[in-house]
Design a binder for this molecule. Structure first.
Ligand code: ADP
Ligand code: MG
Length: 832
């Protein structure tokens, strides 16, 4: 019997991958050729260019690193990241490597179940950015999985934990610590559906960081105490193989320590490497759980901080969370579980195997995905087009359909009946009499705990049974997955390092949004190299450069029919589909033209070690200054934020990553780039916390002076606007959001200045003199001369309005560069 639903789910992991199938109401893992549940996401290319995936390839990563690749998921969607395999000369992008892993999983299904699958649900970390999701889809296509809905890993995990349970109105925290990524997601289960309420993640936090810490802080020092190995370190080509062996040994020992107090590392036969004089280097070292626990601590602290930030952001106290669902290999560590329980104060759910729970959840979701109809068999004359959900919380689901017969066949008087033979006694819907057009709608009754299969019985008006395709449908009672939501906001970068968020985090997808911007530069038609560039950002931070740029919308000078003057409206549209494929468009009203924008979702790596070092030095100085300030003022909010950074050893970790990057380790570069962004955002928050008292003082001063200014210079309309703004400022004072308060006080002072200016005109005149001074820079000298003369006449006649217009025109003649500026409704930025 052909499948009517997708049923297969794949966890395409950084370290390990797995495939599961939904069998009745149970999701089962399909094992690999070694009878293992998971397959290492590693690829090895032999001399003949043959590709090997899994255990053997994983071993090669240490013994033969020039011909093997692993952990490529972290590089998905990045440009120029091809791995070259020395012996075969093959070169493969991260997507191609992932496609090989997917093919290997498909082959397991073929071997174990004899099925050749073309469709499967594939999971991606919720922290994956658009370029990474897009790359995953391409990998699936290349592997022959043309139909591959993407599902977020926490959603999959929560599904596996909740699928056949009867629970209502509870919150769960999915704690997923894998080999290289961390995700904390808050899930709300209600009325049989569940929703990701909030998510926070870090694409550069996982078990392999523990492995590296063991290598760098325990194994290497022990090794170098015994042997003299000049230049021994990460990223040094001479020692690459020895380092890789140490890392593998560290990982195995770490896994052993989940169920023992000590583990012996023995790399003596064959030896680790040879020293410069050619003598074998044998390394034997006993590792203790207590030492590894200590090294694990900063990573656990970071993960806990991320969870707490997610809870705070959703305004959920830990008592509101029913349980923590554990996902990922490192959650098997007893120390981590202990710290998690204490640190979060929430009970842990350890009922599922954390290594396979994501694949099993993906299979459950795959059970909700209907496959396209099979081609109609030659011996069948009737087909039915069904409308229903294969899995749902309703025990009496609605099914609609339209029966079609041979051409022109009138179906009046035919009957359809659904029969569930698994129910005791068998359940029958009763015969439904069809109208001429063959359409019907009915409800079924489902038994819990099994995949209900309903035979579809079609009879003609004489009671003769006819063959129909499909001949059955299945329905399972269970919790269903929610529609996908955005895990990061998507927007465009504006002038002044600002952002316009078009689609906010948490928006259900597919979704579409538009925003009208104003260009801050003129685009001259045909001008060589001229372009209008609108960077597309993904993130949450109000400062544009604190977010990730995932692409750019560009309008080129040779694309446009006419010039686009400065200050022209540009309507930007961003659209995202259910699998997170993004398209952007720009509409320029003055040209009445639409630009299907160029955008390239592959991002460049931030691998420039010189820049990383410079940035790190700057952040270190900022950190020291802020620390001193916080101590001087004993500001509790600032001290708490700094405390978090210290628990995570953020600067120390970053120092390690930057120095590895300097030694040529491209992988560490990705980590360093991400950590740098995080560190900056946190220091920004500290800065804002410290600034808060002076900001409050300033806000109160403005609030105190404002009524007098309005009384003296303003009219009734000015007063109304003032009242609105003052109320906003008071509200922001209560909210403790420094950036928001600053914006609102700026707006209020702007309003007051405008009221005063209008009356006095002094500022307008001062601005005019300033523009006259800038005369040599103005673009059109003839026009400038005319405007300046007109301005002088306006000054003489004290015509402030006319002078203001002149100023604006002169201002437009100033050369300027930059990205567009948001056109604001109620609070127009003053440009005079
Ligand atoms: P991913 O989702 O990245 O593929 P996994 O969930 O498969 O990751 O976890 C892989 C990580 O789990 C590796 O870093 C591995 O060393 C670690 N790991 C696996 N088993 C254990 C264990 N028993 N104790 C500690 N860590 C483990
Ligand atoms: Mg995983």
């Amino acid at each position: 019997m052909a499948r009517s639903t997708m049923d297969f789910g794949i966890d395409l992991g950084t370290t390990n991958s797995a495939i599961a199938v939904l069998d009745g109401t149970e999701a089962r893992i399909v094992k690999n050729a070694f009878q293992h549940d998971t397959t290492p996401s590693a690829v090895y290319a032999d001399r003949n260019g043959r590709i090997h995936v899994g255990e053997r390839a994983r071993e090669r990563v240490e013994s033969d690193p020039a011909n093997a690749a692993a952990e490529f998921k972290l590089k998905m969607g990045l440009r120029d990241q091809a791995t070259t395999f020395a012996n075969s000369g093959l070169s493969m992008s991260p997507e191609e490597l992932s496609a090989h892993v997917l093919r290997a999983l498909k082959a397991n299904v073929n071997r174990q179940l004899g099925e050749d699958i073309r469709a499967a649900v594939i999971t991606v970390p919720a922290a994956f950015e658009l370029n990474q999701t897009d790359a995953t889809r391409r990998a699936a296509e290349a592997a022959g999985l043309g139909l591959s809905p993407l599902l977020q890993e926490p959603t999959a995990a929560a599904l596996a934990y909740s699928f056949q349970r009867d629970e209502d109105n509870i919150y769960r925290l999915v704690f997923d610590l894998g080999g290289g990524t961390f995700d904390a997601s808050i899930v709300h289960i209600r009325d049989g559906e569940f929703d990701i309420v909030n998510h926070r993640g870090d694409n550069f936090l996982g078990g392999k960081l523990i492995d590296w810490a063991i290598v760098e802080e325990l194994l290497m020092p022990a090794l170098l105490r015994q042997y003299s190995l000049p230049g021994f370190g990460r990223g040094e080509p001479t020692w690459a193989q020895a380092i890789a062996k140490l890392k593998a040994a560290a990982e195995n020992a770490k896994i052993e320590l989940s169920s023992a107090d000590s583990a012996l590392i023995d790399i003596s036969d064959p030896p680790l490497c040879t020293d410069p004089r050619g003598n074998p280097v044998e390394f034997v070292h006993e590792l203790f759980a207590a030492d590894v626990d200590k090294l694990t601590e900063p990573f656990v602290a970071r993960a806990i901080n991320i969870c707490q930030a997610a809870l705070r952001e959703s305004q959920l106290a830990p008592e509101k969370i029913d349980r923590v669902l554990l996902v990922g290999g490192p959650t098997l560590m007893p120390h981590l579980r202990r710290r998690l329980r204490e640190g979060l104060g929430i009970e842990l759910d350890v009922s599922q195997d954390p290594m396979t729970v994501v694949a099993r959840g993906a299979a459950i979701f795959a059970g909700t995905q209907r496959l396209p109809a099979e081609p109609v068999r030659a011996d069948v004359s009737y087909t039915v087009d069904l409308e229903y959900k294969p899995i749902g919380a309703d025990p009496e689901p609605v099914v609609g359909g339209v029966v079609q017969g041979p051409a022109d066949r009138n179906l009046e008087g035919f009957t359809v009946e659904f029969v569930n033979g698994q129910a005791r006694p068998p359940w029958r819907s009763g015969q439904i009499i069809l109208p001429a057009a063959g359409s019907f709608i009915t409800t079924l009754r489902a038994e819990p705990g099994l995949r209900n299969t309903y035979e579809i019985v079609l009879e003609d008006p004489t009671g003769t049974r006819e063959r129909i395709q499909p001949a059955e449908l299945t329905y399972t009672l269970g919790v269903v997955a929610p529609a996908a939501t955005l895990t990061h906001s998507i927007g465009v970068a504006l002038a002044g390092n600002e952002v316009a968020w078009l689609l906010e985090k948490g928006t259900r997808i597919p979704a579409r949004a538009r925003e009208i911007l104003r260009s801050t530069v003129r685009l001259t038609r045909g001008q060589s190299g001229g372009l209008l560039r609108i960077p597309i950002l993904e993130g949450e931070h109000p400062r544009a450069d604190r977010n990730r740029q995932v692409g750019a919308l560009e309008i080129l000078a040779d694309q446009v029919a006419r010039d686009i003057p400065k200050n022209s409206e540009i309507e930007v549209e961003i659209q995202i589909d259910a699998s997170r494929l993004v398209t952007t468009k720009a509409y320029v009203p003055i040209l009445d033209e639409e630009f299907e924008a160029f955008h390239d979702l592959t991002t460049e790596t931030a691998a420039d070690p010189v820049k990383l070092r410079r940035d790190l030095t700057a952040e270190q100085e900022r950190y020291d200054a802020l620390r001193a300030d916080a101590e001087r003022t004993s500001d509790p909010a600032a001290l708490a934020l700094l405390g978090e950074l210290e628990d995570e050893r953020a600067l120390g970790q970053l120092e390690n990553d930057v120095s590895s990057t300097e030694h040529g380790d491209a992988d560490a570069a990705g980590t360093a780039g991400k950590r740098m962004l995080d560190l900056r955002a946190k220091l920004d928050a500290v800065e804002e916390a410290l600034e808060w008292p002076s900001l409050v003082e300033w806000a109160n001063r403005v609030l105190r002076d404002a009524p007098g200014i309005i009384d003296e210079y303003g009219d009734a309309q000015d007063r109304r606007r003032y009242e609105v703004l003052a109320a906003d400022v008071r509200w922001a004072l209560a909210g403790r959001d420094a950036a928001h308060l600053r914006t609102l006080v700026d707006e209020l002072t702007g309003h007051l200045a405008m009221v005063v200016d209008r009356k006095t005109g002094a500022v307008v005149m001062a601005h005019f003199s300033q523009l006259v001074e800038q005369r040599p820079e103005l673009r059109d000298q003839a026009l400038a001369a005319r405007l300046i003369a007109e301005g002088r006449r306006a000054v003489d006649s004290n015509d402030i309005e006319r002078l203001r217009t002149v100023n604006r025109q002169l201002f437009d003649l100033l050369p300027s560069e930059g990205t567009p500026e948001r056109q604001e409704g109620s609070s127009v930025r003053r440009s005079l």
